[in-house]
Ligand binder design. Sequence first.
Ligand code: MRU
Length: 369
Amino acid sequence: MCADAANYARLGGRVKDMITEIQPIQWRDGKLRLLDQTRLPAEQVTLDITSYQDASAAIREMRVRGAPAIGVTAAYAMALAARDIKTAGASGRGQFLDQLRQAGAVIAAARPTAVNLGWAVRRMLDTAQAEPDWKQLPQRLLDEAQHIHQEDIAINRRMGAAGSGLMPDGGGVLTHCNTGALATAGYGTALGVIRAAWESGRRFRVFNTETRPWLQGARLTSWEFQQLGIPATLLADSAAGMLMRKGEISCVITGADRIAANGDTANKIGTYTLAVLAHENGLPFYIAAPISTVDLSLASGDDIAIEERPAIEVTHFQGKPTAPVGVTAINPAFDVTPHRYIHGIVTEAGVARPPYLESLKLALEGRRG
Ligand code: MRU
């Protein structure tokens, strides 16, 4: 019996009936409002953003993070750009679209790995191109951003329903990084699947990694599970193998930032390690991600650009050094898990199974893979 079993029993395994849904992204009074994820869990600070440049900076500085959440933010950033072009008095459709494309290039470059960023920018540009009256474009693009926002929440709920049957009744589920409401427009991807399983009455222990070096797991996922009333146990990333070996884990589920056509999946650094450990211990390893995360233009994970973040995120914690001055550090933010380690990819169209070359294509066509 695990250490917090008494706490687990006391909470009685009830997802809180009435929770105030976490809203990481809001549009209010003509402003983009972002819950600053660099400040959680100590403080809940909201940033008011009024320009696409500030929205891009918020993505780069990880004030908003998680692949779907940065996609939604990028869509609003395009709407903000369109509003500014209008006020600057662009003199025609061509000029308007040129300036919008330039803003899109800046926004899409904020972080390289998550496909959702470029996907959202492209969708907004396509929307702009399809609108015949360029003077309507600022409102048309805001409507589209709000549509993408609401659509993401609905997709996550569908993904939760599609994946909840993969979760055990009894046993333990391990997750990595933060894939909850904070990483999306709401509800979450992998965390959404865990939540949906709990809401459907399944009971299992939840384990979440710290997720070094940025601590998305310790700071954000632990906080979200507390808000939901789902008891979760935090562990150092390096404790996962030992727990699996002891039989505490029944399956692993994580999110994704980009999935290549063959199912190779880029996700938070450390995901590959967990997938190999799951394989070694005979445990299923699942991914949960919206179809917009699938990038059929890439044949395999070798083609996915991996973001390198500043070394200071490894050598320091909250501005204080945790390593000797002058030490060399590397900070790849993501890794790629080869498809052979992945037992299923949960999307809003159902659970895609190997061979992914076929099942992901079917999922993209809106059919069950
Ligand atoms: O660097 P981050 O915090 O943006 O990385 C987030 C992840 O790796 C998530 O697992 C992924 O984006 C899926 S989020 C639903």
